[in-house]
Design a protein around this ligand. Structure first.
Ligand code: NAD
Length: 253
């Protein structure tokens, strides 16, 4: 088995990496792996997806948590032995879809979300769904998230948490400003096959795709859709969605 690592810079992560290298049968292949061990937190997972985006259909990620929250990282450092055994057995996966973002003829992808904002200014623009006008927006920004990304930035701005098996994506406003947007502050959930178009009025725009940030000028429109392209994560059989949400965000009274 060809394997590779994306590792958070920490002594614990390096220790786990060494343990895996000692136990795994196969060859280290940074360029063309079949399995990618992400050792760190959710940010490390996002880095791994970014790094292997070109071959994402052909790989799967094993996400081991040495970070704080760890929504994607189902495996714990103490599971390493068990984990190595799982690799040789019949495996099951969680498959999470990516968003595709098209602007000025360029395509980007995101596992969590894309955000649009304007540094220190109000974002102003119009939103269309399947080319039909929905609303004008004045807000700090717009966040469009996947089901697996719904528990990240989206959750902080009042978006709905989505079960990761739902094939849908959602748009939520970041700090909507007065008047028009007070009528429309609920997040909007759309299905696979639908398309959001945003026509910004601002000359300069800040865009994020998960951890990646870019500043752009003169973007005529931005199109966002959910794709059939997915990121495959080795599944840890024990953890169900509701349990994960409870453990990470709610906990016992
Ligand atoms: P970071 O180090 O600033 O941490 C962001 C936090 O978000 C971490 O605790 C991480 O575990 C958590 N997180 C990431 N993806 C998650 C998911 N799918 N479900 C639940 N929690 C998740 O940033 P990072 O580690 O580089 O992660 C980038 C992400 O940070 C972005 O994709 C965005 O979702 C999130 N973010 C959130 C806010 C906010 O909540 N106000 C603002 C900016 C970015």
């Amino acid at each position: 088995m060809r394997y590779s690592f994306v590792c958070k810079k920490s002594a614990e992560s390096e220790k786990i990496k060494a343990q895996i290298i000692e136990k795994i049968k196969g060859s280290y292949d940074q360029k063309n792996p079949k399995v990618v061990f992400s050792i760190g937190g959710d940010g490390t997972v996002l880095d791994a997806v970014r790094k292997y985006l070109q071959i994402i259909d052909d790989i799967y990620i094993v996400a081991i948590n040495t970070g704080s929250l760890g929504f994607y990282t189902e495996f714990l450092p103490e599971n390493v032995d068990e984990l190595i055994n799982t690799l040789t057995e019949k495996k099951t996966f969680n498959s999470y879809p990516l968003l595709e973002i098209e602007a000025n003829g360029e395509k980007e992808y995101a596992l969590n979300e894309v955000t649009l904002s304007v540094h220190h200014h109000l974002f102003k623009g119009s939103v269309f769904i399947d080319e039909i006008f929905l609303m004008d927006v004045r807000a700090n920004g717009i966040c469009i998230s996947t089901p697996s990304g719904s528990t990240a930035y989206n959750k902080s701005i009042g978006g709905a948490i989505m079960d990761t098996s739902v094939k849908a994506f959602q748009l939520a406003l970041i700090a909507p400003f007065q008047t028009a947007n007070q009528k429309m502050i609920s997040p909007i959930v759309l299905s696979l096959g639908q398309e959001i178009t945003i026509v910004p009025q601002n000359k300069y725009l800040d865009l994020t795709f998960d951890r990646v940030f870019i500043s752009s000028e003169n973007i005529a429109e931005i199109k966002v859709r959910l794709t059939n392209k997915t990121v495959k994560f080795l599944k840890n059989k024990g953890i169900k969605f509701a349990k994960r949400v409870n453990e990470k965000f709610i906990g016992k009274e």
